[in-house]
Design a protein around this ligand. Structure first.
Ligand SMILES: Cc1cc2nc3c(=O)[nH]c(=O)nc-3n(C[C@H](O)[C@H](O)[C@H](O)COP(=O)(O)O)c2cc1C
Length: 193
């Protein structure tokens, strides 16, 4: 992966024709040259069980390793019943445990979401931000990428065809890379001592 900023992409939808997974795939092609996105498929995780947190399934160990290897994370998720899909919350919970061994700690992150509705996952995004507070993640505040009326913004092949949305995603990725470099440990500017 070289010296590029490594961004781990996680979709909050299992659906084959998922708009959110498609948005993540589009993002992988819109990322700045000094960065790259690897999409990690979180399907197949069992329900979180605290009895197993110290000896988790192999997929959880892999997820935690991928998060730790990444410089930043990007979530692209639907809104389910005004909140974060249980499937995504389950993955977040697994990677946050056991206490004191959370893979999310200190990780810069960006959020986007697509919905056929008018609000474009805003309520899910604010719930996810709230979760990030306890996880001590560092979400990018702006721009917020809320892809509303998404059925008109992707073609039948699942490709993002809306130019404005592409611009929003590209802008967010550039700012996520800048943010990641800015808050990276050891990046404190000289003279601040
Ligand atoms: C259980 C469930 C709850 C949903 N709740 C919401 C909701 O609160 N807000 C919303 O905008 N869309 C809601 N939807 C519609 C989803 O936005 C829509 O199914 C979307 O295509 C899912 O994203 P995906 O294409 O990435 O799978 C819900 C869908 C499901 C299956």
């Amino acid at each position: 992966m070289g010296d590029k900023i490594r961004i781990l992409g996680i979709s909050g939808s299992l659906r084959k024709g998922s708009y959110n997974t498609a948005a993540l795939q589009a993002a992988a092609g819109l990322v700045p040259e000094d960065a790259e996105i690897e999409i990690f498929d979180i399907s197949g995780l069992p329900n979180f069980d605290q009895d197993s947190e110290k000896d988790p399934p192999a997929k959880v160990t892999e997820l935690k390793r991928k998060i730790r290897e990444a410089d930043a994370v990007i979530f692209s998720s639907p809104e389910y019943n005004y909140s974060v899909p249980g499937f995504l919350k389950n993955a977040i919970d697994w990677a946050s445990r056991p206490y004191g061994d959370s893979a999310w700690d200190g990780k810069p992150a960006a959020i986007m979401g697509a919905s056929p509705g008018a609000i474009g996952t805003a309520r899910m995004q604010y719930h996810l931000r709230q979760i990030m507070v306890f996880l001590n993640m560092h979400p990018l505040n702006k721009p917020e990428v809320m892809i509303n009326n998404c059925t008109s913004k992707f073609n039948e092949q699942g490709e993002l065809i809306d130019e404005k949305t592409k611009e929003f995603i590209a802008d967010m990725l550039k700012k996520l890379v800048d943010w990641t470099v800015r808050i990276r440990p050891g990046e404190r500017s000289a003279g601040s001592a």
